[in-house]
Every structure is written in structure tokens, then in C-alpha cells.
Design a protein around this ligand. Structure first.
Ligand code: SF4
Length: 387
């Protein structure tokens, strides 16, 4: 990646690769590589939200996990601006150093059902990071757990219950409380709402926005849904088969996409207003396998604008100006169709949650929790952010 802006950069990722070996034969020899992440560059500024979108299997979740070293990177650099020690190369840290840096970088997992231990009470789940890092014990630990549960819209009484007693939205709130326990700077949100009912997605998104402001958090927000990303992100990065193909400020990317794949993704967003409906662009073929990607530009077998050079030369990610990065040989010449009015993109579940009274505290029957009171107004805030 070329010159970085001088602003506060919290995380910088350079040429990150994560390849998984394919083993075969009697001796289980390595016979190939799944290139899940194949040379990704980006940075995240302090306090911003970078949305990372793409189809299932494009490597967006693997990117987030590799940044945290839940997967060991195959190649590349992950540089984190540690508030205490300055710039730290995450990929070079040994286990002890990594433990010291980890509290600053946390993750909210996609599936709130499998990411919480069903044998532990919610109180123990939220307390676990504090206990492991020897940050609190006894009365102070209980006070901190109560505080964290309240902050995410639950109640201190919920600490004695088990995850099965909660709805999906509430379980995700528990996951968020656990991620916040160590006062992180960076939170990787790995599709935090995609496993939830549509009616509670906006509530959790708005909670994340509120927490970001309250605790000065920085998010890498992974999602496959552009309308989700539009509501929460300051900038958006699009991935295709393990590579970054476009990255720009949210409004710019939606209004003037410069990569044909982004154009296809935008055209596929359902528009509720029949006067503003656009015909989806039909891309031929399927997403190629990351174990055997095409030559040149990975998108060329499906791209309606492909030229001969696209079949042999991989386009680098380059800045077209105003921090609009694109990996396409023809980026300057193509006139691609975007979304002219961001308001045309539906607000996730906004009206649903406010009109039918559905909320993510239904299972425990607590109509007075902060979760409920936060929901109606928060839906409006979400729609205001980008419109
Ligand atoms: Fe299409 Fe060529 Fe651009 Fe790839 S480089 S997106 S094939 S025009």
C-alpha cells in the first residue's frame, strides 16, 4: 500500500496472507493450498469503523481472525499501535508478548449460540477474561460484571442464568460484554448480526454504535450484507476470493463504485421503493475456488468488462484519489452504476422493531430491561448516520 495518511492509524495490515494446506494421499502430503487470504492491505484509523464485505468464503472472517492471530498468518504484517508501547508487529510476537497485547484487540463472534459455553453462567462467561488476566476478583469482579451487563442492555440478575435461557440477541449482548471486559481499543466484529432475527439486528447494531462512542472503540466490521455495512461503517472494503478489490469512504463506494464486482453487489441490494428498483446484474459462472483461482484478475471469468490484459495480469490495489482504492485495470474508464440515494437502501428491521414490539429480551420476559428502552430510538440513530 502506498503513502498512509498522517491521521491516527490504529491498525495497519500489509500484504496479509493466510493459506491453508490441502493434504492428500496415503502420507497426507501437502498437495495444494487454499488461499483464503491472499495479499490484503488496509489500515483502520482510531475511532472509525471499517466494514469488510464479500460473499461467503471470500476470506473476510479469516482476515479478522488472522489479525488477532487466532490463525497464524502465512505472510504479511499486522501493525497495531499499542497505546502503552507504541507500534507492535503482531505477527512477530511470542506467546507471552501476545498475551500482553491481546486485551487491546477483542472479537465478537458470529454465532452467539456456539460462542458461549452452555455450562457456564453468563456472569462467569463475562468474568472469565478478567479472571484470566488477573484484573479483578471478589467483590470488584462482581461489580465489574454487573457494570458490563448493564452497559450492553442486560441486568445484573442475568449473571446467574445460563446462555440457553436467553434469546439470540441477548446472547450476542453477552458476547459483546465479554469482548468489552478488558477495555479493548480494537474490536473485530465477525458478522455479529447475521445469525440474528431481522427484528433484533438493528438493536444490536445500534448498541455497537453507542458503545463505540462511549468507549472510543475502533471496529473492523465483517459482514456479507451491504445494507448492514452501510449503516455502521465510515469506510467499506470489498473482498473477492481472498483479495481486496475496492476500499473507499462509505458514501463514495455506494455512489460511485469503481470495481465491477462492487457494482454487482450494489445492484443486488433489494430496494423497497418500486420506483427506485434496479435490475440485478447477472454475473456468469460461480465464485472461483480459492484453492485454484483464475490467472490475472480473479474476477475476469465473470467480469462483463474484461479485456485480454485482465486474463494475465493481476491488477494492483491503487489509490484513485481521496483514499479510493481499487484493484482493476480499467477503474478510471468504467462508468459503473451505484446507489445515488443511500436512503433507498432499507434500514434493517427499523420499522419492524418499533411497530410490532419484538425485542431480544423476549425469552426472559423482562419488559423493563435497558435493551428494550434502547431499541426504538436507536433504530433512528442508525438510519441517520449515513443519510
Ligand atoms: Fe474486470 Fe479487468 Fe477490472 Fe478485473 S481488471 S475487474 S476483469 S475490468
Amino acid at each position: 500500500m502506498a503513502q498512509l495518511p498522517s491521521d491516527n492509524i490504529l491498525l495497519e495490515v500489509r500484504g496479509l496472507k493466510k493459506h491453508f494446506p490441502i493434504r492428500g494421499g496415503f502420507l497426507r502430503r501437502v498437495v495444494g493450498q487454499v488461499k483464503a487470504v491472499d495479499g490484503v492491505d488496509f489500515y483502520i484509523k482510531q475511532g472509525e469503523t471499517l466494514g469488510l464485505v464479500g460473499e461467503s468464503g471470500c476470506g473476510k472472517s479469516t482476515t479478522g481472525r488472522t489479525i488477532l492471530r487466532l490463525h497464524e498468518p502465512t505472510e504479511g504484517e499486522v501493525i497495531f499501535n499499542d497505546p502503552k508501547t507504541g507500534r507492535v508487529h503482531i505477527e512477530r510476537l511470542d506467546a507471552k508478548e501476545l498475551r500482553r497485547v491481546r486485551p487491546n484487540m477483542q472479537i465478537i463472534f458470529q454465532d452467539p449460540f456456539s460462542s458461549l459455553d452452555p455450562r457456564m453462567t453468563v456472569g462467569r462467561i463475562v468474568a472469565e477474561p478478567l479472571v484470566i488476566n488477573k484484573i479483578a476478583s471478589g467483590r470488584e469482579l462482581r461489580r465489574r460484571v454487573d457494570e458490563l451487563l448493564t452497559v450492553v442492555g442486560l441486568r445484573s440478575q442475568h449473571a446467574t442464568r445460563y446462555p440457553h435461557a436467553f434469546s439470540g440477541g441477548q446472547r450476542q449482548r453477552v458476547g459483546i460484554a465479554r469482548a468489552l471486559a478488558l477495555n479493548p481499543k480494537l474490536v473485530i466484529c465477525d458478522e455479529p448480526v447475521s445469525a440474528l432475527d431481522v427484528s433484533v439486528q438493528a438493536q444490536v447494531l445500534n448498541l455497537l454504535e453507542d458503545l463505540q462512542q462511549q468507549f472510543d472503540l475502533t471496529y473492523l466490521f465483517v459482514a456479507h450484507d451491504l445494507s448492514v455495512v452501510k449503516h455502521i461503517s465510515d469506510r467499506v472494503a470489498v473482498m473477492y476470493v481472498g483479495q481486496m478489490v475496492e476500499l473507499a469512504e462509505t458514501r463514495t463506494l455506494f455512489a460511485t463504485p469503481k470495481h465491477p464486482y462492487t457494482e454487482a453487489l450494489l445492484a443486488a441490494i433489494p430496494k423497497p421503493d418500486p420506483r427506485n428498483r434496479t435490475r440485478p446484474l447477472k454475473l456468469p459462472g460461480d465464485v472461483p475456488s480459492p484453492a485454484n483461482p483464475p490467472s490475472g484478475c480473479y474476477f475476469h471469468p465473470r467480469c462483463p468488462y474484461a479485456m485480454d490484459v485482465c486474463k494475465v495480469q493481476r491488477p494492483p490495489l491503487r489509490d484513485l484519489g481521496n483514499e479510493h482504492w481499487v484493484a482493476c485495470h480499467q477503474a478510471e474508464h468504467l462508468q459503473l452504476r451505484g446507489v445515488t440515494r443511500l436512503a433507498d437502501i432499507p434500514v434493517i428491521s427499523g420499522s419492524a422493531s418499533s411497530t410490532n414490539g419484538s425485542s431480544d429480551n423476549a425469552t426472559t420476559g423482562d419488559s423493563s430491561t435497558a435493551a428494550t428502552s434502547a431499541d426504538g430510538g436507536a433504530t433512528t440513530r442508525s438510519s441517520e448516520r449515513q443519510n
